[in-house]
Design a protein around this ligand. Structure first.
Ligand code: TRP
Length: 440
């Protein structure tokens, strides 16, 4: 199935709450369509370990993971094509999380948006900065990196808010490859695919559809009745039946379009311009959406009534996922030194003995602006330190020399900035290694 050109696409859904129409149009439908393309191997999973970070209500966790599993299958996910599993059925994922945790710099986690947002909110409220913040929230991006790296995904379709997490996964992957790879790249560096559609569908009030705004249209839960009631709440202007209405920009049209053909869209617009009443228009919208999702809802209800079928499908998915994860994790354990005991002499003679860690390097250069700069790069190419511009090359030389002989103490007052995501400790270690090399 997998060949050199096969692209692995992986995405997870945190299993808290239920899915709404916006999730369907923005995430589920495009993901299922993409999974049918040639040359793509898809991995979809229920991020139920992530759900535990946000929710300590067991009944809600149980309900939500079942509902979301049933939703994806009802919407057309083909478990024969897609590796479809629950994160919590793959014990290799938390194990990989630990291996990655041990090479992740704390400073980088301090900068994760979700954690920083929670700290900022605490500070703004005048409380303890870490009030109510669990280690789960803090380490969230490492668990997510393990989800992705476990299967060497090339592409990860996500919303904008998740892009930083993918960048963190790349960093951690790079670091692990560098530390333990001995020239071998264990992990593919994943890329975020930001789905523009994810923002497309407005909620009932015209703002982005979101459970937290209470403006969402449930996808299947509550049946036709809930769909009809939600659509009745779509905000419109106060034009009366018979008055011409401007369809463009209206929430009603935005909800209609993703479920309609080009002809249907044109016809609906024409009727609104000709004075169709908002009440009738809402009925039209209801029918259109329901025609589309009604058959799926029937499948959803059947699956929800047969949890054993869902269980069976997910167990099979877990088997397929573990067939990939288990041997890969064995390789990674071996790489970090968690090996079967053997005579140490033999182990030392083996080629796995680690190459001497490569030193970071200073580079001095001149930019097109005519100014002089220097930077310090780690052996894996990441920029640890970047200088400001200098008028002359002599200044850069002097600073580089000071940093190489005095190490981190020379940083105070140096016209430099740390590289993105670089921790103070990593920078200090890098400079200490250079000082030691200089002195040797
Ligand atoms: N954090 C993602 C979200 O809240 C869910 C998720 C967990 C995920 N692990 C992932 C998405 C791995 C993509 C890849 O939306």
């Amino acid at each position: 199935m997998s060949s050199a050109s096969t692209q692995r696409v992986l995405t997870g859904v945190t299993t808290t709450g239920i899915l709404h129409l916006g999730n369907y149009v923005g995430a589920i439908r495009p993901a299922i369509a993409a999974s049918r393309e040639e040359g793509i191997e898809s991995f979809f999973f229920l991020a139920d370990y992530h759900a535990l970070i946000k929710c300590d209500d067991p009944a809600r966790i149980e309900r939500s993971r079942m509902q979301i599993a049933a939703t994806w299958l009802a919407a057309g996910l083909d478990p024969a094509r897609v590796v479809f599993y629950r994160q919590s059925d793959i014990p290799e994922i938390p194990e990989l999380t630990w291996l990655l945790t041990c090479v992740t710099s704390k400073g980088q986690m301090n900068r994760a948006h979700a954690y920083k947002g929670a700290v900022d909110a605490n500070v703004a409220a005048g409380g303890d900065p870490d009030a109510g913040i669990t280690m789960g929230l803090y380490s969230y991006p490492i668990l997510m990196a393990a989800d992705i790296l476990m299967f060497n995904a090339h592409r990860v379709p996500v919303g904008k808010d998740q892009v930083q997490h993918i960048e963190m996964a790349r960093d951690v992957a790079q670091r692990f490859n560098h530390l333990f790879g001995n020239g071998r790249e264990f992990f593919v560096l994943p890329e975020a695919n930001v789905e523009p559609e994810m923002e497309l569908l407005p909620g009932l009030d015209g703002r982005k559809m979101s459970k937290s705004y209470d403006n969402s249209v449930p996808l299947f839960e509550g049946g036709e009745k809930a769909l009809r009631e939600a659509i009745a709440r779509v905000v419109t202007d106060s034009k009366l039946p018979g008055e011409p209405k401007e369809p463009e920009g209206s929430t009603l049209i935005a909800l209609f379009d993703p479920f309609a053909t080009a002809e249907e869209r044109a016809a609906f617009r024409a009727e609104l311009r000709a004075g169709l009443g908002w009440g009738d228009a809402k009925q039209r919208l209801f029918e259109q959406v329901n025609r589309h999702i009604g058959p799926m809802r029937a499948r959803y209800d059947t699956l929800m009534a047969h949890p054993e079928q869902l269980e069976e499908i997910l167990q099979q998915g877990a088997q397929r996922a573990r067939a990939i994860a288990a041997p890969f994790l064995a390789t990674l354990r071996e790489a970090v030194g968690l090996r079967r005991f053997q005579p140490l002499a033999a182990a030392a003679a083996a080629p796995v003995a680690k190459a001497k860690a490569a030193l970071p390097v200073f580079k001095q250069y001149r930019e097109a602006d005519g100014q002089f700069y220097f930077k310090l790069s780690a052996a894996d190419g990441r920029v640890l330190l970047q200088s400001q511009a200098f008028a002359g090359g002599r200044d850069t030389g002097e600073w580089v020399k000071r940093l190489k002989t005095e190490g981190a103490t020379a940083l105070a007052g140096a016209p430099v900035a740390k590289g993105e995501g670089v921790a103070d400790s990593e920078l200090a270690d890098a400079l200490a290694a250079l000082v030691a090399a200089e002195a040797a």
